[in-house]
Design a protein around this ligand. Structure first.
Ligand SMILES: Cc1cc2nc3c(=O)[nH]c(=O)nc-3n(C[C@H](O)[C@H](O)[C@H](O)COP(=O)(O)O)c2cc1C
Length: 258
């Protein structure tokens, strides 16, 4: 730890200088030391790209954020946003508080919340959720310069409910769900292929495959949903809905600073 001290101090001095707006110090910062520095900046004027495609006002947002999400999601689909169902699921384990995040697909959405499908035995998300039922989902729709953030508690779907979606998956994916001990260390690919062969043999000649008890849907029941529209100069429009039983809609809506 001691060996790093001068470097940390050096970095702190640079950060202090830049906070005080010392342009000369900023310009002379040895950015070449950084493997990546402001990668989004335009190479001609060194300026970060601007968000210019829309704006958001309270009058454009309804009282219920679930209705609003549905409107935005349909808009994303109609605007050819690439795979708008792609989102980041963040979870955290207790008591250590370590956070983990990964991309998943939103597969179902209704008045009770947002449903994703996964392994609930060996995956990191499964371990996190066993100790802490809070989770967050984040969507980024680049083509519309929109972000949606969802936070809430989670509940598992029953096997009967999960079976409905499981049955829509191609056979290979249904077999894969049985075969993969998601996120466990694999000594080599062959071990996975062998497990797939075993599962194929087990369900040979059987069209209908039962959903594994360790696999299925997880619903995030939201208590916070934020709608974010990118604006110029990073002065974005943000509206947060918080669950609030005092409001007639059940939700309180507030504008947030960018
Ligand atoms: C585009 C994309 C979509 C994905 N969709 C899912 C999904 O719906 N369910 C899932 O379990 N993993 C999905 N994954 C894999 C996860 O990101 C992750 O590797 C896996 O769930 C294990 O994560 P964990 O051990 O942290 O729980 C997806 C990955 C990508 C890149």
């Amino acid at each position: 730890m001691r060996a790093f001290a001068p470097r940390i101090l050096n970095n702190l001095v640079r950060i202090q200088s830049s906070r005080h707006g010392n342009r000369q110090t900023m310009a002379s910062m040895p950015t070449s030391e950084k493997r990546i520095f402001s990668p989004g900046a335009n190479s001609e004027d060194c300026q970060a790209a601007q968000f210019t495609r829309g704006s958001l006002d309270a009058s454009q947002l309804g009282g219920n954020p679930l209705d609003q999400f549905h409107v935005w999601f349909k808009h994303a689909q109609q605007s050819d946003v690439y795979a708008p169902e792609t989102c980041t699921l963040a979870t955290a384990s207790l008591p250590d508080g370590k956070v983990s995040a990964r991309i998943v697909y939103l597969k179902e959405f209704d008045d009770s919340g947002f449903v994703i499908y996964s392994n609930w035995d060996t995956s990191r998300k499964a371990r996190d959720i066993r100790s802490n039922p809070h989770a967050a989902l984040t969507f980024w729709w680049r083509e519309l310069e929109r972000q949606v953030r969802v936070e809430g508690t989670v509940e598992r779907l029953s096997s009967e409910q999960s079976q409905v979606y499981y049955d829509t998956r191609i056979r290979g994916s249904r077999i894969g769900a049985w075969a993969s001990r998601q996120s466990e260390v694999l000594s080599d690919r062959q071990k996975l292929e062998d497990r797939v062969k075993d599962v194929e043999k087990r369900f040979e000649g059987q069209d209908e495959i039962p959903v594994p008890e360790f696999w299925g849907g997880l619903r995030v029941i939201p208590d916070m949903i934020e709608f974010w529209q990118g604006r110029e100069s990073r002065l974005h429009d943000r509206f947060r809905y918080l669950k609030d039983c005092k409001e007639s809609s059940g939700w309180k809506k507030e504008r947030l600073s960018p």
